[in-house]
Design a protein around this ligand. Structure first.
Ligand SMILES: Nc1ncnc2c1ncn2[C@@H]1O[C@H](COP(=O)(O)OP(=O)(O)OP(=O)(O)O)[C@@H](O)[C@H]1O
Ligand SMILES: [Mg+2]
Length: 538
């Protein structure tokens, strides 16, 4: 007979339920084995009671007597099978010989595994119990394996989830990387195209530019010259490289206004004179621009040929001067001829008729001669080289000295004049000239106004400058008139000489003062700005 003790592990529980003590003893004796922990109970109720606190996983089998007073074996088995935690415990019924077939079938229907008949064969009982204990061990093992499997499955699932998350992240990073690569590639392609286009553009501009263009290396070697360079200078690239410095016999005509740190750098529109292969001298504007061509520093030289412009400008300046002289001569002739005509008329009358010269006609002749003289005098004040007698003077005092005359003139024409003089420092002034300037401007202002208008003469400080303002409420001036202000003999008046403002501008320039004009439908303002002596340049 094989011993149950060969089954590994700790002792398993076997519950024996029988109402008869002698049966319990008998079965206990048969099943006594260190591998079994036997629990003997004497009723169905005792079994249920016991099971409520038992560790179901340790119970390998329940040996259950069917016939018992109170709760019988079948009822107790049904109860056991109805509870989830006990359901898998095998039940081995112990039946009496007298048990009918239907009784046995009944016992199976409760979920019993097997049965033994009383009186039982000890060996058969031991075998059956041993087989059931083994099944119990397998089941335990299976459950442990199942638990391990579930654990592994959980771990696997967790790993899978982590893998999925990592994969998703990887995909995202991959996508971003692809997008970045795509963008970079596109911008590289664009940059390459732009470089190609700008290179092409540079080549096109270089070769078709009407300006003379040349590229030189840092070692002063000519690397390229354009068509305009070859045509205007007459020299090819090879000839340029054989030429001594300064190339094209170039001479700087005007000192450029470089700042100290720019001195050693590059020319910008420097006016130059250069010689062509035929020996002709031409004029140009020279500019130099450092640039990188294929990563190598080069110098782009640009010469704009201004020979034609220079000729045209000098000719037109000469023409303008001639034109102005002509205009002035005509105007002076006109202005001076009028009094001459009057005087010569009187003298002819006297000669022809041998009439006495009356005092009245002598006075008239003198008046006409004086008028001619004053026109010539006024014209001479325009002369640029006329020198002024500049002395420290109070501008306010000069205005006050001339103001009564202006006021009288205003009142005579039903207008008024006001003076508002603020404290100002002394200026270096030619008193006679300043008086004349104020008078000329004031008379223009009075002329421009209808009766009732007010002329204002003001002095004030503006920062460090002294301002003299002569403002009227007259008709204002068109843009065309403003443009021509100060042009000698320009007048819109029937009896005007058109010299008034020309004289004013020339006086202002001798005083280093500037004249600003503001005009509109409300009137005009002439603002003369003087610089006090300590600020005047030496
Ligand atoms: N305050 C002003 N308002 C409107 N027009 C003006 C004013 N000042 C000057 N002008 C215009 O400028 C022109 C030139 O002025 P300017 O003083 O030089 O000569 P004029 O006044 O015409 O003649 P003159 O002063 O020699 O008698 C004037 O004819 C006038 O059209
Ligand atoms: Mg005038």
């Amino acid at each position: 007979m094989q011993q149950a003790a060969d089954i590994p592990g700790e002792a398993v529980e076997i519950i024996i339920v029988d109402d008869r003590k002698e049966n319990l003893f008998a079965m206990e004796a048969v099943l006594a084995d260190p591998a079994y922990r036997l629990t003997c109970l004497n009723s169905g109720e005792a079994l249920l009671d016991y099971m409520l606190n038992a560790d179901a996983s340790q119970v390998a089998v329940i040996l259950l007597d069917i016939q018992m007073p109170g709760m019988d074996g079948l009822e107790a088995a049904r109860f056991i099978k109805s509870r989830k935690s006990f359901r898998n415990i095998p039940i081995l019924f112990v039946t009496a010989h007298s048990q009918t077939e239907s009784g046995i079938t009944n016992s199976y229907s409760t979920g019993a595994i097997d049965y033994v008949q009383k009186p039982f064969n000890p060996d058969i009982l031991r075998y059956k119990i041993r087989a059931l204990v083994r099944v119990h061990h397998y089941q335990q093992e299976l459950e442990r394996a199942n638990r391990r499997l579930r654990q592994k499955t959980l771990e696997l699932e967790r790993n899978n989830r982590m893998l999925a998350a990592a994969e998703e992240k990887l995909n995202r990073v991959n996508q971003e990387l692809e997008q970045t690569v795509e963008k970079r590639t596109a911008s590289l392609v664009r940059a390459y195209q732009e470089i190609r286009e700008s290179h092409l553009l540079f080549r096109t501009v270089f070769s078709t530019s009407p300006c003379m263009l040349a590229i030189r290396s840092v070692e002063d070697e000519f690397l390229d010259v354009n068509d305009a360079w070859r045509e205007l200078s007459g020299y090819s690239l090879e000839e340029m490289n054989r030429m001594p410095e300064p190339y094209l016999d170039m001479k700087l005509l005007e000192q450029e206004s470089f700042t100290a740190d720019e001195q050693a750098l590059f020319h910008r529109n420097a006016k130059i004179q250069f010689q062509t292969k035929t020996g002709a001298v031409r004029f140009g504007l020279l500019s130099e621009q450092p640039l990188l061509l294929e990563g190598v520093p080069k110098l782009l030289i640009v010469i704009m040929d201004i020979t034609e412009k220079e000729h045209w400008e000098s000719q037109s300046a000469r023409l303008e001067r001639l034109h102005l002289i002509g205009e002035m001569a005509a105007a002076i002739a006109h202005e001076v001829r009028n009094p001459m005509t009057t005087v010569s008329g009187f003298l002819q009358l006297y000669k022809r008729q041998r009439r006495e010269l009356t005092e009245e006609s002598v006075n008239m002749m003198l008046e006409e001669i004086n008028r001619a003289n004053s026109i010539i005098t006024e014209f001479l004040t325009l002369a640029k080289n006329k020198s002024s007698d500049l002395q420290p003077r109070s501008l306010n005092a000069i205005v006050e000295s001339i103001f009564p005359l202006i006021q009288a003139e205003a009142v005579m024409n039903s207008k008024q004049a006001l003076a508002e003089l603020k404290p100002i420092p002394a200026l270096r002034l030619d008193e006679k000239e300043i008086r004349q300037m104020i008078l000329n401007m004031a008379l223009n202002g009075l002329d421009s106004m209808e009766p009732g208008g007010t002329l204002r003469i003001e002095t004030a400080m503006d920062g460090t400058s002294v301002l003299l303002t002569i403002a009227d409420e007259g008709c204002g001036m068109t843009e065309d008139v403003v443009q021509k202000l100060g042009t000698p003999f320009y007048t819109t008046k029937d009896s005007g000489t058109g010299l008034g403002l020309a004289v004013c501008y020339s006086i202002a320039s001798r005083h280093n003062a500037s004249i600003r004009v503001e005009t509109g439908s409300q009137g005009s303002k002439f603002i003369i700005s003087f610089t006090p002596p300590q600020q005047q340049p030496e």
